[in-house]
Design a protein around this ligand. Structure first.
Ligand SMILES: Cc1cc2nc3c(=O)[nH]c(=O)nc-3n(C[C@H](O)[C@H](O)[C@H](O)COP(=O)(O)OP(=O)(O)OC[C@H]3O[C@@H](n4cnc5c(N)ncnc54)[C@H](O)[C@@H]3O)c2cc1C
Length: 397
């Protein structure tokens, strides 16, 4: 049977102290209450980790980025990285609630005082969940600027019509941030026809908002959303009309850094598990990890994870100093999602047939780790960003 308390592979000694050791220990201990069996059952039933999200909220970890004046703990993104890394490393899946950490930033930076006072304290306490982020559409995935969901001005606010796809956690969220088109004017710059709204989903559900779950290869609670003359108040608009794209771009660095940390956590999960297994599984009278064919992919995955982790750390530090970090955040996401996938590959090979058995959690984490080369931004688009914005090469799309 599976032992979930495997030894942890060591991290490279950092030049600075890990100032987040308390948080790391606290999250690790919280996650001990949600072992592999818990996540396995959810995965097999395709259900939402209510108890885990409740525990993470009650402990205050989920509100770590919300400023103290609104009931959070006002910690830097480096602390949030540690929280998500530890959740993934424990074998859990922070994707059930990670969006709350990064989409809250748009409300915090661009929301009115009224909006912040109305929502942030309730998000921090867990009274309201802000888990849903509606950007992608069936005909507008990577090309966000071509979204067609419309928000037309009405007497009291806006009327929304259109469709979103892959809106994750919509069934389990009270609020949604929605990116919608408010102008089709040919003279408006492409980046300026979109606006950002905060929607009360509970109110909207019987009044023009329909949610349909999408079955996927992982337990991700993702959905399609249909808007059919949904009326929302003028107070739902965040910031200025037409600036929505700029607002979400601003939040993307946080999203990339946090998801990169989850990938590092996934890599470490695989490294912990496969190192232990390679040391104890004996074939031909010796541990399989003694064979270079098994040992070297593990060593490579370790080296690549440590290199990617340094990039995540660098991006997070720049972010916390309010310095430009688009390049670092993109590279961190690229390298960490690739290193977690390589670690997943090495793990399934190391476990042999047992890698396919649900009880070992390798096959579940293998499926889950694959997502991050596609969402929230695909590897190709990061490479295009580096080519164009860092190296000055011609735009490829
Ligand atoms: C499980 C899951 C959860 C998600 N959750 C959310 C969510 O909560 N909210 C949300 O808004 N979205 C969400 N997404 C959507 C996700 O962000 C998109 O899937 C992603 O942005 C890619 O869009 P697409 O799937 O339409 O791919 P497409 O845009 O159709 O692209 C398909 C492939 O072509 C490549 N490609 C496209 N154009 C180019 C180019 N010019 N150069 C090189 N390669 C190119 C892409 O890299 C990709 O590999 C989720 C997706 C998944 C699978």
């Amino acid at each position: 049977m599976v032992d979930n308390n495997v030894n942890r592979v060591p991290g490279i000694t950092r030049l600075e102290n890990d100032s987040w050791e308390d948080i790391r220990t606290g999250v690790k201990s919280l996650c001990n209450n949600f072992p592999g069996e818990y996540w396995r059952k959810l995965d097999s039933d395709r259900t939402y980790p209510e108890e885990f999200v409740k525990a993470l909220t009650e402990s205050g970890y989920l509100a770590c980025l919300i400023p103290e004046e609104y009931g959070g703990s006002g910690l830097p993104i480096q602390a949030a990285c540690v929280i998500l890394e530890e959740i993934q490393r424990s074998g859990g899946n922070g994707a059930a609630c990670h969006a709350q950490m990064y989409i809250m930033g748009a409300l915090l930076r661009y929301g009115s005082e009224d909006q912040k006072n109305k929502y942030l304290p309730k998000i921090a306490s867990g009274k309201l969940r802000l888990q849903a982020f509606g950007v992608t559409e069936p005909d507008a995935g990577t090309d966000t600027l071509s979204i067609r969901t419309k928000a037309e001005k009405s007497k009291n606010g806006y009327i929304i019509n259109g469709q979103k796809v892959w809106t994750s956690r919509a069934e389990y969220s009270d609020l949604m941030l929605l990116l919608a088109r408010t102008s089709n004017n040919k003279n408006t710059k492409r980046t300026e026809g979109l606006s950002l709204f905060i929607i009360d989903m509970q109110k909207a559900k019987d009044n023009g908002l329909t949610i349909k779950p999408i079955k996927t290869m992982i337990n991700h609670a993702t959905t399609e959303i249909f808007f059919d003359d949904l009326e929302i108040s003028a107070e739902s608009l965040i910031g200025d009309e037409g600036k929505g794209f700029k607002y979400i771009l601003d939040g993307m660095n946080a999203e990339r850094i946090l998801i990169a940390s989850e990938c590092i956590g996934d890599s470490k999960f695989f490294l912990d598990k496969m190192t232990e297994y390679a040391s104890t599984r004996e074939v031909f009278g010796r541990p399989i990890g003694q064979n270079q064919g098994i040992q070297f992919p593990i060593s490579r995955a370790y080296a690549e994870t440590e290199a990617a982790a340094l990039m995540v750390e660098r991006a997070a530090k720049l972010f916390d100093k309010n310095m430009p970090c688009g390049t670092e955040a993109n590279i961190a996401k690229l390298l960490s999602s690739e290193s977690s996938w390589k670690a997943a590959e090495a793990a399934i090979q190391t476990f042999g047939g047992y890698g396919f058995a649900e009880d070992y959690d390798i096959e579940r984490k293998y499926r889950e780790a694959r997502l991050y080369q596609i969402a929230p931004v695909s590897t190709n688009l990061i490479l295009a960003y580096i080519g164009q914005n860092v190296l000055g090469l011609k735009r490829s799309y």
